[in-house]
Design a protein around this ligand. Structure first.
Ligand code: UDP
Length: 335
């Protein structure tokens, strides 16, 4: 029996494939390689390049393999882009999930772990967000993820496809053995951009807003290591096996760091100056997003290992130093 990983050539999906294989699972990857990388797929992986919108393509995958469960990562995930182009997000995130669920229904696959987001909450009403907090997304990205969560609830009742949605906070870091890492183009996330400054690929890091109601005026986020994050997916699969209840879990460390604290920590990790410029706020950024992941700790028995920001940035730094141009070393030589 195999686990189908959609978006398995992307940042988080490729780490999930590694973790599954290390636990002895057979894996099948579906990715359209729009943001994923061929270099993030091993030559011995069962890999299918194609679109989730293509039902016949999915039928082929589900026919070729005995799929027991699906982990669904494939999606568009940039908040700013989602505001500019909301229909792309509805098409890829909601449309893609509909097509995937229809294929699961056709092939009798009943277990799904879904990649959701803290962006479902919108402006937080509490210091430590729990799954009980109000969900009120402030952008189409969060809105489409929430729409899928709701679709999953109804699909559980109607088709018996049971699912766990995992709401990620700020994912960072790289595989501790250095086999996978983060490579986005364009890169918009704080930690990889800081590390590109450390590598000399950018002049400075822009600090988006210094007038927030936080101790140093910059935004606070909860950073979680990608390996800890993917471990929770394996635990979610286990839970669906023994207790097929459709539910939601936050995944974060419960500790917030400001943009300035992240930059200072990266200076210590890399030994580089990392010049920073204070700039205006970025649209749509809440001041503080920190998770309570108590529910995941108690029910999934999730026990994150890399809870220290220094360790998280250090693992990302190792990857960036070893792969300064990401997976695409060959084509970018001579830049
Ligand atoms: N940020 C920043 N400069 C950058 C990129 C991000 O100051 O070049 C800030 C951003 O405004 C937010 C935090 O860093 O407060 C984390 O942003 P990121 O895009 O990494 O993740 P998000 O919280 O938006 O999912």
């Amino acid at each position: 029996m195999a686990v189908l990983v959609t978006g398995g050539a992307g940042y988080i999906g490729s780490h999930a494939v590694l973790a599954l294989k290390r636990k002895g699972f057979d894996t099948v990857i579906v990715d359209n390689l729009q943001t994923g990388h061929g270099g993030a797929v091993s030559s011995d992986d069962h890999f299918y390049k194609g679109s989730l919108h293509d039902g016949e393509f999915l039928d082929q995958v589900f026919t070729n393999h005995k799929i027991d469960a699906v982990i669904h990562f494939a999606a568009s995930s940039l908040v700013g882009e989602s505001v500019q182009n909301p229909l792309k997000y509805y098409e890829n995130n909601v449309g893609g999930a509909i097509s995937l669920l229809q294929a699961m229904e056709r092939h009798g696959v009943k277990k799904l772990v879904f990649s959701s987001t803290a962006a479902t909450y919108g402006e937080p009403e509490s210091d430590l967000l729990t799954e009980e907090d109000t969900v009120s997304p402030t952008n189409p990205y969060g809105e489409t993820k929430l729409a899928v969560e709701k679709m999953l609830k109804w699909s559980s009742e109607a088709y018996g496809i049971h699912s766990i949605a995992l709401r990620y906070f700020n994912v960072a870091g790289a595989d501790p053995e250095g086999l996978r890492g983060e490579d986005h183009d364009p890169e918009t996330h704080l930690i990889p951009i800081i590390l590109q400054v450390a590598l000399g690929q950018r002049d400075h890091i822009s600090i988006f807003g210094t007038d927030y109601a936080t101790p140093d005026g910059t935004c606070i986020r909860d950073y979680i290591h990608v390996s800890d994050l993917v471990d929770a997916h394996l635990l979610a699969l286990e839970k669906l096996e023994s207790d097929p209840e459709t539910t939601v879990f936050n995944l974060g460390n419960g500790q917030g760091f400001s943009v300035k604290e992240v930059i200072d920590t990266a200076r210590k990790v890399t030994g580089h100056d990392i010049p920073a410029k204070e700039e205006a706020r970025r649209a749509g950024d809440p001041a503080k997003l920190v998770a309570s992941a108590e529910k995941a700790r108690i029910i999934l028995k999730w026990n994150p290992v890399y809870t220290n920001l220094h360790d998280i940035i250090e693992s990302a730094w190792k990857w960036h130093e070893a792969h300064p141009h990401g997976y695409d070393q060959e084509t970018r030589k001579g830049d």
